[in-house]
Design a protein around this ligand. Sequence first.
Ligand SMILES: Cc1cc2nc3c(=O)[nH]c(=O)nc-3n(C[C@H](O)[C@H](O)[C@H](O)COP(=O)(O)OP(=O)(O)OC[C@H]3O[C@@H](n4cnc5c(N)ncnc54)[C@H](O)[C@@H]3O)c2cc1C
Length: 299
Amino acid sequence: MSGVFVYSDSPKLAAELVGLAQTLGDPVVLVSLGQVAPGLTTLGATQVLVLKSDDEVIENYSRPLAELLQERKAKALLVGDTIRGRDLAARVAGHCRAGMISGASHIAPDGGGFTAQRSTYGGKLIETGQVEELAVLTVGAGAATPLTVGGESPIDEVTVETDRRVILIERADAGGGQADLTTAPAVVGVGLGVSDQADLAQLEVLAKLLGGGVSCSRGVCEERGWFDQYIGVSGLNLSPDLYLAVGISGQIQHLYGVREAKLIAAVNINKDAPIFRNADYGIVGDYRSVVPQLIAALS
Ligand SMILES: Cc1cc2nc3c(=O)[nH]c(=O)nc-3n(C[C@H](O)[C@H](O)[C@H](O)COP(=O)(O)OP(=O)(O)OC[C@H]3O[C@@H](n4cnc5c(N)ncnc54)[C@H](O)[C@@H]3O)c2cc1C
C-alpha cells in the first residue's frame, strides 16, 4: 500500500493531519504506536496501521516504522509538530535516509515529491523547500481542517520489535492541573510585562474561566523560568479559539505560534504596543487592574 502516512501524539493534530494528507495522496494511513489510541478509527483515514508492542516510548518505534514505510512504498510521513513528534520524525527520516522538512506548511505534491514552506530567522523569512518521496514532514496545528466523514477505518495490526535502549521508568503529573494547550479552546499568554510571579495564580484563574490554560513568551520561559515551554516560532504552535496576550509586546516570533488562533485579544499598558496591530480586541491598561476585572466579569 503506497499513500500518505500520518502520525501524531496529539489527537487533535492527528485529526488535522488526516485532513491534510487527503489533499496529498491516497490512501491515507494513520499510524498508531503500541496499540490503537482511542478515537483514531473515526478520523476518516483509509486505514489505521497499528505497530503493536508493549513499549510505551514512541521514539523506540522509529526503526520498525521506517521499515514499514519503505516496505509499503509510502509517499510521505506527516508527523504532528510536537516535541516528541519532531524527535520521532528525525529518527524515521534518518533510518529511511529520507528528506525531511520540519515545521512545514503549504505542502503540495510536486513531481516525484513535495514542496513545502517553513519559516526561518525567527519568522522573518519564509523558505520553500522540495523533498523527494519518501518525504518526512512535521506539521504544526492549524495547517488543515479535520475530515467530517463518518464511519470506522479498518485496522491493520503489525507486531513489531522496538528499540529498547530507552525505557520508561516513571510518568508523573507535572502538577498544576494544566490543560492540554494543543486542544484548549482558550490560551492566556503571559509576557514579560507580567512582573510578579505571584500574579500567575490570577492568570490561571482567568484561563480556567475561559476553559483553557496558560503559556508564555520566550523571555518568561527562558529568562525567568516560570514555564517549561513557550509560544512562538521556536516553541509551541497553538490554534485556540481565543488567545489572550497579557503583557506581551507582540513580536513576530511570538505571534507566529498563535497565527492559527481564531481570535486574538490583548491586555497591554502601552497603547502603541505592536500586539494591538494584530489583535481583534485590545484593552489598554495595567494587567494588575484589568485581569481582576475580567475575572469578576467572567465569574
Ligand atoms: C530568532 C528568534 C526567535 C525567537 N523566538 C521566539 C519565540 O518562539 N517565542 C517568543 O515569545 N519570542 C521569541 N523570540 C523573542 C521575541 O523577539 C520577543 O523578544 C519576545 O517575544 C518578547 O516577549 P514579551 O512580549 O513577553 O516581552 P516584551 O517585548 O518585553 O514586552 C512586554 C510587554 O508588556 C507590556 N507591559 C509592561 N507592563 C505591563 C503591565 N503592567 N500591564 C500590561 N502590559 C504591560 C509592555 O508594554 C510590553 O509591550 C525570538 C527572538 C529571536 C531573535
